[in-house]
Design a protein. Structure first.
Ligand SMILES: [Mg+2]
Ligand SMILES: [Zn+2]
Lengths: 102, 487, 491
């Protein structure tokens, strides 16, 4: 039976998710995600034309804070959980493709 | 040889940092520079469990900017997450606005030829948070500083309505003036508070057929000059490339190029528009914003006359030159000083000269803006009136203005203190003239002879009188007395 | 003596402490001796703070001795699910990726507990990032059901339910995104309340599905849940989605708790009973009979869209999760792979190494649902279905005061039984998930036992911001039954 989502798509999604998965894992996910998606498509039995999507259960809006400064953590606390840091900055392997930023 | 007609087409994506005290979604203070990673909290560090709360001021400032750009302000707007992984983006998504920005469909007018304005359409303006900064130092690593992360940004997207580097520059300057006027942003390009990314391509008509070259997005532009030059560079580069390869928009993808200011060229950064999939969806941590019409009108009432309108009005109403009007309207504080001084009776051209020559020179020397110089409209008006009444000469205006920045004394008091009041008393001056005549018989003879030395000798005597008066004589009256003496 | 202390309600114990009849130190010591005895078997805790707890208990005792005013939870040993940030100990979310993460701030609920003089004795195991229905997905520890050590405690707040049920704390906080408080409460025979979305601040709760997550109490009886709500409910400036108290005032949840609802109308929907085990159904039916005996009326209601709630939930929750969990990237905190080739590998390898399978599966599912070309078909469709589900509830509450359903189709299942079939595991949340999609409150209370002597939970649902009424309805049943008094004997 053809799967809802094939291995190439799973690989693409893994890449978007920044998950380095083995080919066995990709295959396993292809199967599992396919059956979950198949189940999820049960939603298509429902006619939702003209139904407003509900992103939020709360019917409130406009929650603002005033423009008043609060204390920041400071450099030491900010870096305290960093896997690699130099006392001032977070350290990552050299970023060569600056244009990857938005 | 075939005929080629070529038009460059430019649209802009602009990011303007809003002038708030704190970040967009947290209470961290916004300051330029400072210790790396010192102004960071759980929210802008993207710690697990932290949640964003909107900065009211940032929202108000952006609505004001939207109104000044003649945009339609939405009554309902919301927040979306834009996902991409990058070390300066701690949550790996940026809180931004996708399908329902707070404002759309506006325009900005830019000066093109003297006295003419061109209308550039604004597609949309939305609010979002800035990323931090990746620092690429020597060595095999990069450093990440999150002080900037979460800074409120206004993103403005224009239609591709500009057709030259100078128009792009004019828009940039005009936009900077507007946001500075409204107090929406400090908008310094050097400090990165205003960033422009032009999208450039060419519309070419060759042998009666139209071609469009692939769009290039240009980055790393830190000055108005870089902005203009990079567009001009792209214009010729794309034309060359088209003539060599015939590549059109349909065939080549959009590319990103970086401006190399030292070499004056753009350098390819990313060939293909890599399949970005930002997976926008509404941010469940933030509530939508509903704007009532009253609220929008209240914001509108906080707007002021925009700089270009002011500039045109100065030319018409005060008969100033295009150039002078431009200088006076470059900064809101300067324009307000000018208008205030005129209102208090200063003659416009005279006031303009005092401000645009002496005043701006002082500001430059002090490395500050005129607003910070302790000069008020009353003082400027007083100086202008004294020049007008021949109580001081034009050169003395600068000295008085300079003194004003240091004291709170009146213009008149300063002029007297510095001995700048011109002697206009005819009888006192006549005594001086008589003394000079008595002391310089040779020159007197030369004048009287009416020969070719006569004019020079008259000038010599004039100078002697001024010297005796220590520069405080009204030259007009001295020359009248001299004329009387020699008939 | 110590067992006796631990069999008291939170209300009673804190009252004794406040009166100086029992010291907080005694209560804390009792809890730690229970932990010493039971924890090796049950495995509910990811971390405990014995020294800090005793120190804090002494402080509270001396405050009381000095006649100073103390808070609503004075001296009570309480534990919290390990997805709430604390400045003490680690905050792991049951994940290897946060194994060594020390939060520099306290969650809003933690601040509230401390302000009311609770003693936080430890942090409880959970399914990794709250993704699961059995706590088997914890990346750090195995927790078993105190009623039967071969069975799961439920999830994702399995550690919380197991600790309360086995007397290793007086009460606990959990979080509920699709049933994660109510289902483990029902599996472990304790009370579990999921408040209305927006009632309790989420600030400092590590997000799973932000539009669904809500913190709530797990306690041994209904009134203790009310006591905990009196502490944790209310607006928080740091959470935009926590509701302004002018819009929804916070009542005293204990004030009328003994007052039953006169003329109570119970809604029963066939969709909420389909697929449940016979023994579970009969316990629910018996419970409803009790209510009838108390004068309640039962009406049948129609919930035509409930069958679609699992589908909508697994799209919405995973979409939000895929974005919420993007921040765990090995750059600013958390696990980083040992030798990354480049910065991209910092992301992809760190995440692949430290996330468990279920977390990866849900991130993948959610990423797919939001990706270009699929957004409308999955994510947007799910939001529309969510809208229909909420209107089912709105419509139902026009006909009844509350809805009663089973919490789960089964009682606690065997460890390993459902682990290889994610879809089957998801479908076990069918009765609880709609509640999160609609944002309304729901409670699970012990209402019977099956043939294996495993507890069954009754789920009661009321409209948004009516927790007070919900607790009163739950208390009606509790006040004339004994199920909540039974404690597991096997550990
Ligand atoms: Mg942007
Ligand atoms: Zn911050």
């Amino acid at each position: 039976m053809a799967q809802k989502i094939d291995i190439d798509q799973v690989r693409k999604v893994a890449n978007l998710s920044r998950l380095d998965l083995s080919s066995e894992q990709l295959t396993e996910f292809a199967g599992q995600l396919s059956s979950i998606l198949e189940y999820v498509e049960k939603m298509n039995e429902l006619d939702t034309d003209g139904v407003e999507p509900l992103a939020h259960c709360l019917e409130v809006s406009n929650c603002f804070r005033e423009d008043i400064a609060k204390e920041s953590l400071g450099t030491d606390k900010t870096l305290s959980n960093a896997p690699e840091q130099d006392g001032q900055f977070f350290i990552v392997p050299k970023i060569l493709d600056e244009s990857n930023a938005s | 040889m075939s005929s080629v007609e070529c038009k460059v087409v430019i649209g802009l994506e602009i990011h303007v940092q809003l002038l708030t005290k704190t970040k967009m979604f947290c209470g961290c203070a916004l300051e330029f520079a400072g210790e790396p990673n010192s102004r960071v909290c759980p929210v802008c560090l993207g710690l697990p469990g932290s949640l964003p709360v909107m900065n009211r001021k940032a929202f108000e400032l952006s609505v004001m900017a939207g109104l000044a750009l003649n945009c339609k302000i939405a009554n309902f707007t919301k927040w979306d997450r834009k996902s991409y992984y990058y070390p300066d983006l701690p949550k790996n998504y940026q809180i931004s606005q996708y399908d329902l920005p707070f404002s759309e469909h506006g325009f900005i007018e830019i000066p093109v030829n003297s006295g003419d304005a061109k209308r550039i359409r604004i597609t949309r303006a939305h609010l979002e948070e800035d990323a931090g900064k990746n620092v690429h130092t020597a060595g095999n690593f990069s450093q990440v500083d999150l002080n900037r992360a979460g800074t409120p940004l206004l993103e403005i997207v224009t239609e591709p309505d500009m057709n030259s580097g100078s128009e792009v520059r004019a828009l940039a300057i005009e936009l900077q003036r507007i946001v500075q006027y409204l107090g929406v942003s400090e908008a310094s390009m050097q400090k990165g508070q205003m960033r422009f990314e032009p999208n450039v391509n060419l519309h070419i008509i060759k042998d009666g057929k139209e071609y469009k070259t692939p769009i290039t997005e240009v980055k790393n532009l830190n000055s108005f000059r870089a902005l203009e030059e990079s567009v001009n560079y792209e214009h010729s580069r794309q034309l060359e490339e088209f003539l060599a390869t015939g590549k059109t928009m349909e065939m080549g993808n959009k590319s990103t190029r970086g401006w190399d200011a030292d070499r004056g060229v753009t350098v390819l950064q990313r060939e293909k528009e890599e399949a970005h999939d930002y997976r926008y969806f509404p941010d469940p941590d933030l509530l939508p914003v509903k704007l009532t019409d009253e609220w929008i009108e209240d914001m509108r009432s906080k707007l002021c006359e925009l700089p270009l309108q002011k500039q045109f009005r100065y030319v018409k109403e005060f008969k100033l030159s295009e150039y002078d009007a431009g200088v006076l309207t470059a900064e809101r504080a300067v324009a307000e000083l000018f208008e205030g001084a005129v209102e208090q009776g200063g003659e416009p051209k005279r006031v303009c000269n005092i401000i645009s020559q002496a005043g701006l020179k002082l500001a430059n020397e002090a490395g500050r803006s005129m607003a910070e110089l302790n000069i008020d409209a009353e003082g400027v008006a007083a100086i202008a009136k004294m020049v007008e009444a021949n109580e001081i000469n034009a050169g003395a205006a600068g000295a008085i203005l300079a003194e004003m920045t240091k004291t709170d004394k009146s213009a008149k008091a300063i002029a007297e203190e510095l001995n700048l009041i011109q002697k206009s008393d005819a009888s006192e001056l006549e005594g001086l003239v008589d003394a000079v005549i008595a002391e310089n018989p040779q020159a007197v003879d030369d004048v009287k002879s009416g020969g070719k030395k006569s004019k020079a000798a008259r000038g010599f005597l004039m100078g002697k009188v001024m010297q005796k008066a220590k520069g405080q004589a009204n030259p007009k009256i001295v020359s009248q007395i001299l004329a009387k003496k020699f008939g | 003596m110590s067992d006796e202390l631990l069999s008291l309600s939170c209300r009673k114990l804190t009252e004794l402490i406040r009166r100086g009849e029992v010291s907080s130190r005694k209560a804390v010591e009792a809890v730690f001796s229970s932990i010493e005895k039971t924890e090796p078997v049950v495995g509910a805790y990811l971390s405990t703070f014995i020294d800090e707890s005793l120190e804090r208990a002494d402080e509270i005792d001396s405050k009381i001795a000095a006649g100073k005013k103390v808070g609503k939870l004075a001296g009570l040993p309480i534990a919290v699910k390990d997805n709430m940030c604390t400045t003490f100990g680690a905050t792991t979310c049951g994940s290897k990726i946060l194994e060594n993460f020390h939060a520099p701030y306290n969650a809003a609920v933690i601040e509230r507990l401390l302000a009311e003089d609770a003693v936080i004795v430890g942090k409880l195991n959970m399914d990794e990032f709250a993704m699961g229905s059995s706590t088997e997905n914890s990346g750090l520890k195995k927790t078993v059901n105190p009623w039967d050590v071969n069975r799961v405690p439920g999830g994702s707040s399995g550690g919380s339910a197991a600790a309360v049920a086995s007397g290793m704390c007086m009460a606990a906080l959990g979080s509920d995104t699709g049933g994660s408080i109510r289902q483990p409460a029902s599996f472990c025979g304790v009370v579990g309340l999921k408040p209305t979305y927006g009632r309790v601040s989420r600030y400092g709760l590590v997000a799973y599905g932000s539009s669904l997550d809500q913190i709530g109490p797990l306690t041994r009886d209904v009134a203790d849940a009310g006591l905990m709500m009196n502490v944790i409910a209310g607006h928080d400036d740091n959470d935009s989605t926590s509701v302004n108290e002018k819009i929804a005032p916070v009542p005293d949840y204990l004030e009328n708790i003994e007052k039953g609802i006169e003329g109570l109308t119970i809604g029963v929907a066939p969709q909420f009973h389909a697929g449940a085990d016979v023994e579970v159904l009969s316990a629910i039916e018996d419970a409803i009979e009790v209510y009838k005996g108390l004068g309640a009326k039962v009406v049948e209601i129609d919930m035509p869209h409930i069958d679609y709630s699992v589908a909508a939930y697994y799209v919405i929750a995973t979409a939000e999760a895929s974005s919420n969990l993007a921040r765990f990237d090995g750059v600013h905190y958390g696990h980083r792979t040992a030798k990354p080739e480049d910065y991209i590998e910092v992301y992809s390898k760190s995440r692949a190494e430290a996330f468990g399978t279920e977390v990866k599966r849900r991130i993948m599912l959610g990423t797919y649902a939001l990706s270009s070309g699929y957004y409308d078909a999955y994510y947007l469709k799910a939001l529309k279905v969510r809208s229909l589900i909420r209107s089912d509830f709105t419509g139902a509450f026009e006909k009844c005061d509350c809805i009663m359903t089973p919490v789960s189709p089964t009682t606690a299942f065997k460890i390993g039984e459902n682990i290889d079939d994610p879809l089957k595991m998801y479908l076990s949340d069918i009765y609880t998930i709609g509640v999160n999609l609609a944002g309304i409150p729901g409670i699970s209370i012990p209402c019977g036992f099956d043939g294996n002597d495993l507890p069954v939970g009754l789920q009661i649902l009321t409209p948004a911001f009516t927790e007070s009424k919900l607790l009163r309805i739950a208390r009606m049943f509790e006040s004339c039954t004994e199920f909540h008094k039974r404690r597991p004997q096997k550990v």
